[in-house]
Design a binder for this molecule. Structure first.
Ligand code: ADP
Ligand code: MG
Ligand code: MG
Length: 880
């Protein structure tokens, strides 16, 4: 009998997901658990692949199997395909194994032709007959025969506009609908290669072919590129008997979520339309009604829907998104799947389902995408202030909510200016008509990004989401004029330097500053994170440089600081001048004098961090960046600095010039600074240990971990560790406090991973600095990569951006090797990671599998990392 190309709903099984597609497998399952769904069958993804392999020809035997399966449906329903007296109508639906919403097509009401429509008009209802027929002509014309949809829309619109008031599609009379059918057929005749096929079987054959073709349509191909779905999956085709939501006032079609997908509230949530079919609800033909109305309009059908929703939830143990149709009071389910939900919704649903006994804690923890949790961690606008600002007319415009979170700042139109102002500590918002790769540095510097053009996948939107920055795009009401340095919206002009507030969660842009609120880890969210922690093995720390960051990190559950970058402390206030004085000093004595002015301030910084991290380790990295980063950026700053530190402008200019490096990333930085200027390491160590001793004397439990950056071999570390240890001894002797501390290194140069066994003779801990390690391993600077990386990703030369997701194949090997070799010579070596990858779920899971002790990430990513670390354990124990 040859190959099997299709399965009847009764035969299909959930295990055949890859063959039947998620929609087909789902409908088969509905059938088997006794939920009312019309009969039908699924043509497999294999058949789709065979269709392409044969140069777009239906594979041998498929058509015969289709004919037989259609006869099966006819027998069950006592109807005949193409018979005007007892007509069977069919839908042809698409669906791959992974959901690709809206990417491919569905044709409804197949089997209608002039004859059959007349038969239905006669025996049942003429209005229904011609409404269904015009829908078939419209869908078939557009999808199968490739006539632009507007051609049909225009005719329909013209009919609705007849008469004194604009009518809705439901107001059209049977005669009008019949005329419309004639017009539609004429449009197809005029614009397609062939007339509309009157033979129902020809319609069916062409519709199946069209679904296969839509798999390689531009829309679907683009979607798969973006979501990294392989072309080889293929689409299945579901053929199903029609039920009708357009058969009178007791008929309807709608969508229901078993719980509210935005809030997670346990209550049926959705919309429906009476006298409607298929996509009418989502297409916005008419304004749909909330499901609560159905309870009044059709109480029995509603009660049945509630019952079915509960059953489906119990069966799938997850919130379901259900497509349903009510035909003359009788409810039919046409699709069910796990519903998409927000972060807040996902957590509430997971927690509630555990409490309802539907799932256990493991399942709950596995259920929530770690990335979704990040949504709950952005600052939000205070609702009261939002309302007031609106009343005051300060809502400037509304665009697309491209990247969540809210931020206020001064309007800047130029990326260089954004960078300059932010370096001076200004909060800026970059406003552009749209952004391009060369604006990247300005986007990095900005607190938020606003564009007047572009969609959810524009450059601005993608980059902002990548950086986790609030972003609103496509705010078309705003005219941006970068040359005039102003923008305007609704008659209001905003010039550069004025304050605005951007809310990337709603797409709103306000004039002036609106207060934001830090998110809170409380209620269900806290409960849920507690469950994640029960499973987690790895620790999660935060990268935090300031007391404020440290506090936030603790609030989000960080178990210590994994990276404190001391250089940030040198930029604040007047310290920068002492720093510059230190840099231009010519003798160690001069240098010590300048450092002495920084030391007490630095000590105080550490005191605050230790207090906040009471009982948790704090990794403090000694000075890392190239010195010229501290030097005056322009002539004005140069003059001011010269005056403040008492040298001539010429001398200072000479120093600055002398410090310029050809390649600062690989220049005088990291431990090399401490080796050239041991006074710096000494000062920092003293600040650390004096702060630790003082805190310990107060009763704070301190655990300083001093981290030497950019080490590539044992001797560098040994030399720096010696300095740190001497200072530690001296401070301990002087204060009488014994301090438990560690000395370790950042592994961020490939050589360090290669000789990790040697380095671990001195290092008590390693922290993989995967930002630099990635740059050095690829030989690719992150700042310059914006020029070519997008092309690499586009052409799939790289599958992922290695600065976002740890490159497991390459950089990951260094992490693994470094860990193994390090532990070879020091089994108790503590190993962590502190690059931005520490907050990216796939990278966190990799760290778990590699046996790291902890990950460290930005405070806002801490809950994401906690969840990913828990899932890593559960994935391991489930063998997946
Ligand atoms: P999508 O994948 O875009 O959701 P579907 O195949 O689910 O496309 O179908 C689109 C619409 O057509 C849905 O609203 C669905 O309920 C409706 N539909 C599909 N098949 C039938 C059918 N046999 N009877 C009635 N409505 C149907
Ligand atoms: Mg659907
Ligand atoms: Mg580094």
């Amino acid at each position: 009998m040859g190959r099997r190309w299709l399965y009847r709903f009764e035969e299909g099984a959930a295990e055949l997901l890859h063959l039947l597609g998620s929609k087909g497998a789902g409908i088969a399952e509905l059938t088997q658990i006794g939920i009312p769904t019309p009969p039908g069958f699924v043509i497999t993804t294999d058949a789709c692949n065979a269709y392409y392999a044969a140069g777009r020809h239906l594979p041998e035997g498929l058509w015969e199997q289709v004919l037989e399966a259609v006869r099966g449906i006819e027998g069950r329903l006592g109807k005949r395909f193409g018979d005007p007296n007892r007509p069977l109508l069919l839908s042809v639906r698409s669906g791959a194994a992974v959901s690709m919403p809206g990417m491919m097509d569905t044709v409804l009401n197949l089997g209608l032709n002039d004859h059959v429509a007349a038969g239905i008009a006669h025996s049942l209802d003429p209005r229904f007959a011609y409404d269904a027929y015009r829908r078939l002509l419209q869908m078939f014309g557009r999808i199968v025969m490739k006539v632009p949809g507007e051609a049909f829309e225009e005719v329909l619109e013209a009919y609705k506009r007849r008469g004194p008031v604009l009518r809705q599609d439901t107001d059209l009379e049977a005669e009008e609908l019949q005329e419309i059918c004639e017009r539609f057929k004429a449009i197809i005749r005029a614009r397609a290669a062939q007339p509309f096929p009157q033979d129902p079987y020809e319609q069916l054959r062409q519709a199946i072919t069209a679904v296969f073709d839509s798999w390689m349509g531009k829309r679907a191909v683009d979607y798969r590129r973006i979501h990294r779905i392989p072309d080889t999956l293929g689409t299945a085709v579901t053929v199903q008997a029609m039920v009708f939501g357009n058969l009178g006032p007791d008929s309807a079609t709608g969508v229901a979520f078993t719980r509210n997908p935005a809030t997670g509230e346990k209550r049926l949530y959705g919309e429906y339309l009476t006298q409607a079919q298929g996509e009418d609800v989502v297409a916005g033909i008419r304004t749909p009604k909330p499901l609560e109305h159905l309870q009044e309009e059709m109480p029995e059908a509603y009660a049945e829907l509630v019952r079915i929703a509960e059953r489906l939830e119990r069966h799938y143990r997850d919130m379901q998104d259900i497509e349903f149709t009510i035909e003359r009071g009788r409810l039919w389910v046409l699709q069910t799947r796990s519903g998409k939900r927000t972060g807040a919704g996902a957590i509430r649903i997971a927690v509630d389902m555990v409490q309802e006994g539907l799932i256990d804690r493991r399942a709950a923890v596995m259920r929530v995408e770690p990335e979704l949790v990040a949504q709950l961690l952005h600052p939000t606008l205070d609702e009261a202030h939002r309302a007031r600002a609106r009343e005051e007319g300060r809502l400037l415009a509304r665009g697309l909510p491209a990247s969540p979170g809210a931020a206020s700042g001064r309007v800047v139109f130029d990326p260089d200016e954004a960078e300059r102002l932010s370096a001076q500590g200004e909060r800026v918002i970059l406003v552009r008509p749209e952004t391009a790769p060369e604006d990247f540095h300005g986007m990095v510097a900005a607190r938020a990004i606003l564009t007047s053009r572009g969609g959810m996948t524009s450059h601005a939107a993608v980059v902002a989401r990548g950086m986790g920055k609030p972003c609103v795009v496509g705010a078309e009401a705003i005219t941006v004029d970068p040359t005039a340095q102003e923008m305007s919206a609704g008659g209001v002009r905003v010039r550069a330097g004025e304050w605005i507030t951007v809310d990337g969660s709603t797409g709103e842009v306000y004039l002036g500053v609106l207060p934001t609120r830090d998110p809170e880890l409380a209620g269900e969210f806290a409960t849920f994170m507690g469950w994640a922690d029960e499973f987690r093995r790895m620790g999660v720390r935060a990268n935090a440089d300031t007391p404020q960051d440290a506090q936030r990190a603790r609030a989000f559950g960080a178990e210590g600081i994994g990276l404190c970058r001391t250089e940030h402390m040198f930029f604040t206030g007047d310290r920068i001048y002492a720093m510059r004085e230190m840099i231009v000093a010519t003798t160690p004595e001069e240098r010590r004098a300048a450092l002495a002015r920084i030391e007490p301030l630095q000590r105080q910084d550490f005191v605050e961090l230790f207090r906040i991290m009471d009982g948790f380790p704090v990794v403090i990295r000694t000075l890392d960046p190239p010195l010229h980063e501290f030097l005056p950026p322009d002539e004005d700053a140069l003059r001011e600095t010269a005056q403040r530190i008492g040298v001539s402008v010429e001398v200072l200019r000479g120093k600055v010039a002398a410090l310029r490096e050809a390649n600062p990333m690989m220049g005088l930085r990291g431990c090399r600074l401490g080796i050239l200027y041991p006074e710096i390491t000494e000062m920092q160590a003293r600040a650390i240990f004096e702060a630790a001793a003082a805190c310990q004397a107060e009763g704070v439990r301190v655990e300083p971990e001093v981290m030497i950056p950019l080490v590539s071999g044992l001797n560098e570390l040994r030399q720096q560790a010696e300095i740190v240890r001497q200072v530690a001894e001296e401070v301990q002797a002087r204060t009488g406090q014994r301090i438990h501390y560690r000395i370790g290194t950042m592994v961020e140069v490939p050589r360090a991973a290669l000789v990790a066994d040697r380095i671990a003779e001195v290092a008590e801990f390693f922290s993989f600095g995967t930002n630099d390690l990635t740059q050095f391993t690829f030989g690719m600077s992150r700042d310059d990569a914006v020029r070519f990386l997008p092309r690499y990703l586009d052409q799939r030369i790289l599958q992922e951006d290695p600065f976002q997701m740890l490159d497991r194949e390459g950089v990951g090997q260094l992490v693994r090797m470094g860990t193994e070799r390090g532990r070879l010579s020091r089994p108790e070596l503590v190993v962590g990671i502190c690059g931005e990858h520490g907050g990216e779920p796939a990278s966190v899971k990799f760290c778990h599998r590699t046996g790291l002790d902890y990950v460290s990430c930005s405070p806002y990513r801490v809950p994401v990392a906690r969840l990913a670390a828990a899932q890593a354990v559960l994935e391991e124990s489930s063998g997946g």
